[in-house]
Every structure is written in structure tokens, then in C-alpha cells.
Design a protein around this ligand. Sequence first.
Ligand code: C2E
Ligand code: MG
Ligand code: MG
Ligand code: MG
Length: 280
Amino acid sequence: AIKGNGRNGFAFFDPSMAAQADERHRLEVDFRAGLARGEFELYYQPLVEAGTRRLRAMEALVRWHHPDHGLVAPDRFIAMAEDTGLVGALGEWILQTACAEAASWPDDVKIAVNISPVQFRKTNLLDVIMCALVDSGLPPERLEIEITERVLLEWEAEHLSTLHQLKTLGIAIALDDFGTGYSSLSYLTAFPFDKLKIDRCFTRDLLARDDCGAIVCAIVNLGRSLDMVTVAEGVETETQLQLLRAAGVDQVQGFLVGRPAPAAELGITMARDGAAYVQA
Ligand code: C2E
Ligand code: MG
Ligand code: MG
Ligand code: MG
């Protein structure tokens, strides 16, 4: 379409948009090559019990070692991978790698894997997950998948049935970044989630804003009555941890407990009582 640009009549295209498309294309080419060359790596971040700091799970967070740009965070490439369908191949690698790694951890430490809505739509997620479990020998009870409300926004009956099948297998389903989407509460009646991950914006503003404390308390109560575990994301200070503990949050995750790190640096230790911990 021809659009008026106000200044000098009409322009057929916006050079900044062309530059963006160009960069996007280069990213896609690099990404395909990167997948083939094995430039991706999983980092893991601990989720611990708020009271005891006992290790309950590790969340797999993907990183890209780009030959020119160094370490690239997922926010820079997941959206492109979704638009191009490449997230299917990436997601398969992530599930395989995460489950294989987790098989070497203590039995009561789960692996949490983020699943993109596109993986529901464009791939046979159930098959991909089953293969990762069989190949690694990881029991389904030790896998937790994290989905955001975006999956539910694009809700299709098929997604719901996939989630139910995963749950029947013993895989736990967590709702990620909870509290930031639209009409979140109605989604909770659509599917029996095992876990609610309270978005880190609530943790961040806990001290500055009373209403954040009130929201956290409300989510904790909701979690309790619906039999869901609650997790606070983005815990960076001891004060935040104490406030969240007082609010009754079950688990915490954040830089205070551990930054995402490569598997070799995880430092999982077993205490005498058989519980697992991580070094902060
Ligand atoms: P998420 O699943 O909500 O992951 C948590 C993000 O918060 C991670 O960013 C993590 O590094 C960051 N974080 C953790 N603790 C703290 C803290 O105390 N303070 C602050 N400021 N940040 C903290 P990351 O690794 O950059 O990932 C960003 C998002 O990209 C993830 O959000 C997730 O939605 C997506 N993502 C990451 N890995 C994967 C993956 O393997 N597959 C898919 N589909 N998406 C992924
Ligand atoms: Mg997550
Ligand atoms: Mg999250
Ligand atoms: Mg988040």
C-alpha cells in the first residue's frame, strides 16, 4: 500500500523497515547454520524451596554462541525461530539435550523446559517429548514443561488434548510468566496446571509497591486452593526472598539463588539427608 509520509508526499517503502527485514534474513541464515554447527548450548537455573533452599528443579534456558556476536540471549532469536518454524528443530534439540543432562542429576531434581506455542501448532510435541524421554531414560515424572499464556491465547482443542496427554504420562505443566497476560484467571479453569510461575515484575516491585505484595498473596492463595505449586521468578535479594517466603510462595528462582549456568558449572551437592542443594 502507498502511504503518505507527511513530509515529501508519498513513499513506497520505509528504508528502516527494509533494513530490519535484511537483518532478520541474515539472522535466519545464521540460525540455520548455527543449528547445523552446534552453536547452541543450554544453561540451567535452579528452582529451590523458598524455606529450605532445597533444589527442586533446573530450568533449561537456551543460549547461542554466535561466531561474530558472541553469546546471544533467547529474546533475540526465539521470535524469529517461531516465525520461520525453525523453533521445531531447536525445540527438539533442547528437549533431547535437557532430558539427557537431567538423567545424571539426583532423582528428586526435575528438569523444566520452555515450550513455544509454535511447537504445539507445528510439531508433534507428544512424539518429540516421548522420544526425548525414551532416549535419555528420564522418567516422565522428572520433566516439567513451561508454557505461557500465549499458548492458551491461541487455544485450540488439540493443544488442550496434548496437555492432558502429557499430564497423564506424569509430566508436570507449569504456567510461566503468570500475571502478565490477558484474563489469566479464566485460563486456570481451562486446564489443571501443576505450577504457577509468578512473573518477575511482581518480585521486582515487591518493596516499592504494596499492590505487588497483595497480588503475590492472592496468587499464592489461588495456587493453594487449586492445588498448584507457586514459584516466584526473578528473586535477586534476600529481602525479596523473605517477603516471598512470608507470602507463602513454595519455590523461588533468581540470581540470588543461582544465575543460569552451563551444566558443568551447576554444583549440585547432596546433603546427608539425601536432599540436593546448589551453591549460590
Ligand atoms: P522465562 O522462561 O521466563 O525465563 C526466565 C528468564 O529470566 C531467563 O532469561 C532468565 O535468565 C531470567 N532471570 C532469571 N532469574 C532472574 C533474576 O533474578 N533477575 C532477572 N532480571 N532475570 C532473571 P533468558 O534466559 O534470557 O530467557 C528469556 C525467555 O526466553 C524465557 O523466559 C523464555 O520465555 C524464553 N526461552 C528461554 N529458553 C528457551 C527455550 O529453550 N525454549 C523456548 N521456547 N523459549 C525459551
Ligand atoms: Mg520459563
Ligand atoms: Mg518465566
Ligand atoms: Mg518471565
